[in-house]
Design a protein around this ligand. Structure first.
Ligand SMILES: Cc1cc2nc3c(=O)[nH]c(=O)nc-3n(C[C@H](O)[C@H](O)[C@H](O)COP(=O)(O)OP(=O)(O)OC[C@H]3O[C@@H](n4cnc5c(N)ncnc54)[C@H](O)[C@@H]3O)c2cc1C
Length: 360
C-alpha cells in the first residue's frame, strides 16, 4: 500500500481536527474543509468532560482509555493552554421546588450549599478531567496548520469517485482532488450515509448555558433533577478554569437543520438549566447567564461511533457518531484513523467494533 500524500478532512469539529492533527504530524498534506467555522457545532458547545473508566464494559473501553491518556499528554505536545485540568466529580439529587429527603451521603464540598443532596463521588482527579471544547478543537487545528495543514471554507457536497476509488470531494461546486478523503462532519455525515452505504447517523439536540460571576472549585456535578412541573432532567455542571460555569442538559427531538448556523436556541430551556444550577449552590444562583447555546451530538442506532474505511469507496474514510463522548474519544479516534490511513492498520486500538461496514 502507498501512503496517501494529500488527504482532505471534511469537517472542523473535534473529530476532524484530531484526524487532521495526527495526519499532519505524520507528514501528510492535509486540507480541512469546514462549511462554517472551527468548532462551530457540538465541539464548541459541549461540556468537555473526560472520564477514564466510564465507558468500561462497553466496546468503547479501549478507545476511551487510550483517549484519556492522550488528553493528558496533548497540552504539552500541542503547546497550548486550552483549559485541561483534572477534577473531582459528584452526583447530586435536587428539585426545582423543595429539597430531596435525606442528608449528604458523602462529604459535600462547601460550595454545594443549596438544597441538593450529594449522593456519591463519581470520579476523582485520577479518573475525571475537563477541557474547554472550543479552545481544544481550535488548538488541534492550529497545531495541524503548524505542520502544514490548510483550512478551507466551503460546503462538501459529494465524494468524487472513479471505479469505486475516492479521488477527492466536490466543495461548493469545485473539485478538490486528494489521495484520500475523511468524512468527519458530525451529525451531517448522515447526509452521505445512503449514497456511501454507511450506518445511519443523526443528531440529538441539547441545550447549554455558561454562567459568569461564580468563583467555584474544579468539581464536576451530575444532577438528578426534577422540575416543578414533574420533568426529570439530568443537568451536568462543569466549572471551567477561565471562571465560566458550563451547564448542559435538556434533550430536544427537533430535527437537524442543514447548517450549524441555523440551530435554534430555546430561552426557556436555557433558563431551566440555569435555575437547576442555582438550586445546588448559592454562588451559581447569583451568577449571570452569559451564553445560551444549542447543538446536536452525532448519534448512531447502536450507540457506537463509525470509524474506519467507507465500505464501497477505496481511499474514503469516516469518523463520526461519537454521541455523548466525542470530546473524550476524539484524540484516540484521530490517532487510530491516521495510523489506518498511513500504515494500513490501526495499532493504538482495535477499530473493528466501529467498522463502517457493520450491519446498518
Ligand atoms: C450538550 C452536549 C454536551 C456534551 N458534552 C460532552 C462532554 O462533556 N464530553 C464529551 O466527551 N462529549 C460531549 N458531548 C459530545 C461531543 O460534543 C460530540 O460527540 C462531538 O463534539 C462531535 O464532534 P464531531 O467533530 O463529530 O462533530 P461536530 O462538532 O458536529 O463537527 C462537525 C463539523 O462539520 C462541519 N460540517 C457539516 N457539514 C459540512 C459540510 N457539508 N461541509 C463542510 N463542513 C461541514 C460542521 O460545520 C461542524 O463544524 C456533548 C454533546 C452535547 C450536544
Amino acid at each position: 500500500m502507498t501512503s496517501p500524500r494529500q488527504v482532505v478532512v471534511c469537517g472542523a469539529g473535534v473529530v476532524g481536527a484530531s484526524v487532521a492533527y495526527f495526519l499532519a504530524r505524520r507528514g501528510v498534506a492535509v486540507t480541512v474543509v469546514e462549511r462554517s467555522g472551527v468548532a462551530c457545532a457540538a465541539s464548541g458547545k459541549s461540556g468537555g468532560f473526560l472520564a477514564l473508566d466510564w465507558c468500561d464494559g462497553s466496546p468503547l473501553e479501549p478507545l476511551a482509555r487510550a483517549s484519556f491518556a492522550l488528553h493528558a499528554k496533548l497540552p504539552r505536545e500541542v503547546g497550548t493552554d486550552y483549559g485541561y485540568r483534572r477534577m473531582d466529580t459528584f452526583m447530586l439529587v435536587a428539585r426545582e421546588r423543595g429539597a430531596p429527603a435525606g442528608r449528604h451521603r458523602v462529604e459535600a464540598p462547601r460550595w454545594l450549599d443549596g438544597d441538593g443532596v450529594v449522593t456519591a463521588l463519581l470520579g476523582s482527579t485520577a479518573t475525571t478531567a475537563q477541557i474547554h471544547p472550543a479552545r481544544f478543537t481550535a488548538a488541534l487545528v492550529d497545531a495541524a496548520r503548524g505542520h502544514g495543514a490548510v483550512l478551507r471554507t466551503g460546503v462538501v457536497e459529494d465524494v468524487i469517485q472513479r471505479d469505486g476509488v475516492a479521488h477527492g470531494v466536490r466543495v461548493s461546486g469545485e473539485i478538490l482532488e486528494a489521495d484520500a478523503v475523511v468524512l468527519a462532519m458530525g451529525p451531517w455525515t448522515g447526509r452521505f450515509s445512503r449514497r456511501l452505504r454507511l450506518p445511519g447517523v443523526t443528531g440529538l439536540k441539547g441545550y447549554s448555558v455558561t454562567l459568569v460571576g461564580a468563583d467555584v472549585p474544579a468539581h464536576a456535578l451530575f444532577v438528578d433533577y426534577r422540575t416543578a412541573d414533574g420533568r426529570n432532567l439530568e443537568p451536568e455542571i462543569f466549572p471551567r478554569p477561565d471562571g465560566d460555569v458550563y451547564v448542559c442538559g435538556m434533550a430536544d427531538p427537533a430535527p437537524l437543520p442543514d447548517s450549524p448556523d441555523d440551530v435554534a436556541v430555546s430561552d426557556a430551556a436555557c433558563e431551566t438549566l440555569a435555575r437547576a444550577a442555582g438550586r445546588v449552590s448559592t454562588a451559581l444562583a447569583a451568577a449571570r447567564i452569559d451564553r445560551r447555546q444549542a447543538c446536536y451530538r452525532p448519534v448512531t442506532a447502536d450507540g457506537l461511533p463509525v470509524i474506519g474505511r467507507v465500505p464501497d469507496a477505496a481511499n474514503a474514510y469516516v469518523a463520526t457518531g461519537h454521541g455523548p463522548w466525542g470530546m473524550l474519544n476524539a484524540p484516540a479516534t484521530g490517532l487510530a484513523l491516521a495510523e489506518l490511513i498511513t500504515e494500513g492498520a490501526a495499532s493504538l486500538v482495535d477499530l473493528r467494533p466501529f467498522d463502517p461496514a457493520r450491519r446498518r
